[in-house]
Each structure stands twice: as C-alpha cells, then as structure tokens.
Design a protein around this ligand. Structure first.
Ligand SMILES: Nc1ncnc2c1ncn2[C@@H]1O[C@H](COP(=O)(O)OP(=O)(O)OP(=O)(O)O)[C@@H](O)[C@H]1O
Ligand SMILES: [Mg+2]
Length: 364
C-alpha cells in the first residue's frame, strides 16, 4: 500500500460559507487508478469537496495536490481533471460527435486526429455510428455516456463525477453502473464519484469515504465499511443494522464475554475488537449474521418472542423482541432456513451468531 502513487492529496481541507462550516478537516489521499466514492446524505458537503478538487471552489483552509503538484494557484481548466455534472450537461444544439469532440478544438489537433479520437470514444461508450445523431434524439443513458465521453476524450488524470447517474431510472442506473465500472477499468483513469446511494458506492468503488455534516467519518473498502463500521452513523448508513447494548463481563484469553442487554444471554466476541473498552458497550450486528431457532441451540443463545415474519421470496425477515420486551432485533435468513417448518408469531425463538459477528461501535 505504501508504494501506491498518490493522485489526489487533500491536506486538512476546510470550507466555510460565511459562518457555515461546509467541510471540516478533510485529510486523505486518493490513489492513481482508484475508483473512489464520496458517499453521504444531501447537504453533507460532497459536491463542495469535489468542486474544491476541480478548482471551482477555493478551500478556506488546506491544500489540494494533484499528482504531486499543489493546486492553490491553478485554475480549473489548467488542472489535470475533468468533471461530469449531475444533469449530464451536453449541448443540445450540437450532434453527438461535436459534443464529444468539443474540448479537442482548443488543443489544436488536426481534423483527422480529432475524428479518430471521437470514433475511439464512440466505440468505448458503445455508441458507434451515433456521431451524426442529434443530442435530443438520445435516451437519458445514452446522453450520460456522451457526457462521459466528452470528459474522457481530453484524457484527464482524474475524472470527477457528481451524481452522474442520479437522473436515471433504477434499471438504467444499474446498467450504467456496470458500464461505468468497466469503462474505468479500461481507461485506468482515477475516478472520484459523488453519490448519496450506498449501493452504488459499494458496487462501484475500490474505496468509499462516508461523509456526514461536512466531516469524513470513515474511509474504507466496501467490505471494510460493511464489516467494520467505526461508528453508529456509518453502521446505520451502510446496509441495515441492529443496534444492541451490552456489558463487558470479562475475558477468556482472546475472547471477551459480553452480556447483551434485554436478553440477558452472555456472548463471546474477539477481545481485540474491543480496543480495551470495558463496562457498557454499544454493539451492532447485521440481520443476515443472525440465525433464528425454534429450540435453544445452546446456553449462549438469546431468547425472544417472534413478533413478525415477512416472506420476501429469497429471504425471510423476522422481527424478534428480546427477553424483557425491550430491544427489537431484525433477522434476515434465506428461505431455505425454514426447512424444519415456519415459526409462529408469538412463539419463543432463540438467536445465535458467529463469535465474529458482533461489532463494537465507538460513538452513538
Ligand atoms: N455557495 C454556497 N453558499 C452557501 N452555502 C453553500 C454553498 N454551497 C453549498 N452550501 C451549503 O453547504 C452544504 C453542503 O453542500 P453540498 O452541495 O456540498 O452538499 P451535497 O452533499 O453535495 O448535497 P446533495 O446530495 O444534496 O447534492 C449545504 O448545507 C449547502 O447548503
Ligand atoms: Mg451535491
């Protein structure tokens, strides 16, 4: 990892609009060839951060380096980046080829070379032969691909994408996600994508930065964010999650014993995950890591009452109220787990999970 080439370095970037703090101390690197996403709710500062990288917005504090060079005095059009905006701004009065080749004019390339590069791009975005097509005769997805081609044809070191698929319907969006990922692999350019869609960020990215109210909460691989969210906010934002309270009772070698509030059962989890925490603890567990049993599978199982069962086809979701009726836990199981019969709502059930499934959280 240490030998990877840093393409974008954000050093302690903050941005204020008047008194409002839009970005607070963003400090991280994006590597060459990486597909990096910035994920966060509306207003969390994603676009602002992207615009600071592009040079459309000046940081109040901190420095942006791109490919080793400080960008403080470099205007947007001289930065080795290109930005694709959410509303796939392509020129309606130009045909597809002229849209794609727009930025090439100022490079002073000959006509034949321009045409060659445009054809190469049409091939890349799977629209060969569409050069003469009017822009208003394209579908939303095709227009989006033209916007991407227009940005890629200048061969930037970095492509900045602000919700590039936001205007597309669900099915087209899924298809374009696959295409975007394949495109990035083909061209090998560093992509920085802004999205509020966690599934999109997970599906596309090598790494994801999760933002909340101007702060970068956590940066990790999709699997890392899913399996090791550091905080309740990140845990709740990525996938679905159960939150529990527990008390650390003690340790047996590498394992810690934790009593779960509500059910009373004592569970084991790897002690090194606790980072020395003791006493009361916030815990999280994914619904699909929990197994539901009609009979107690062992002394460690948590007892509860089955409140609801929803059949979703491939999976079944159960809502279980723990022992004293306090906490509610959601269990998601494959439908094959019901081979022994369908549990009745109102009956007592038991929950168990692998020792590695419980995650401690650092804040609330
Ligand atoms: N030019 C500006 N002047 C004042 N406040 C601004 C300006 N631009 C953005 N903001 C504020 O900064 C915050 C972050 O805005 P930003 O556009 O970065 O959010 P975002 O994460 O991209 O949200 P969305 O998902 O809705 O696009 C918002 O509260 C916004 O109102
Ligand atoms: Mg935005």
């Amino acid at each position: 990892m240490s030998e990877r080439h840093v393409m974008i370095r954000l050093s302690n970037i903050s941005k204020r609009f008047g008194l409002f703090r839009a970005i607070e101390h963003a400090d991280f690197d994006i590597f060459r060839g990486e597909f990096f996403s910035i994920l966060g709710a509306s207003g969390s500062g994603k676009t602002t951060l992207l615009r600071i990288m592009a040079g459309f917005e000046a940081a109040s504090e901190g420095t942006v380096h791109i490919d080793g060079a400080p960008m403080d005095a470099v205007p947007p059009h001289q930065r080795p980046v290109n930005m694709v905006f959410q509303n796939y701004a392509i020129f309606p009065h130009l045909n597809v080829a002229d849209n794609i080749g727009f930025g090439l004019r100022k490079l002073g390339l000959g006509r034949a070379e321009r045409q060659r590069r445009i054809d190469e791009m049409l091939e890349l975005i799977a629209l060969p032969g569409y050069g003469a097509r009017r822009s208003d005769q394209l579908s939303g997805g095709q227009r989006q691909r033209v916007a991407l081609a227009r940005a890629l044809i200048l061969r930037p070191k970095v492509l900045l994408l602000d919700e590039p698929l936001g205007a597309l319907d669900k099915q087209l969006r899924a298809q374009m996600q696959t295409e975007l990922r394949a495109l990035q692999r083909t061209v090998g350019i560093t992509f920085v994508l802004v999205t509020h869609d966690q599934e999109e960020a997970m599906a596309l990215s090598d790494r994801v930065a999760v933002m909340d109210e101007g702060r970068v909460m956590q940066i990790d691989t999709p699997a890392g964010l899913y399996e090791r969210p550091g905080s309740r906010k990140v845990a709740g934002f990525i996938g679905s999650m159960n939150f529990l309270r527990g008390v650390v009772l003690g340790r047996d070698g590498a394992m810690a014993r934790v009593q779960i509030a509500g059910g009373g059962a004592v569970c084991r989890m790897p002690a090194d995950r606790l980072n020395g925490a003791h006493g009361d603890l916030d815990l999280a567990i994914r619904p699909e890591k929990i197994a539901l049993h009609a009979r107690a599978p062992g002394p460690d199982a948590l007892a509860g009452v089955l409140r609801d069962r929803v059949f979703l086809g491939e999976r079944v979701h159960y809502t279980v109220a723990l022992g004293d009726g306090g906490e509610t836990v959601i269990v998601s199981a494959p439908n094959t787990a019901e081979a022994d019969g369908v549990p009745q709502t109102g009956s007592t059930v038991w929950l168990s999970w692998p020792e590695t499934a419980l995650m401690p959280l650092s804040d609330t």
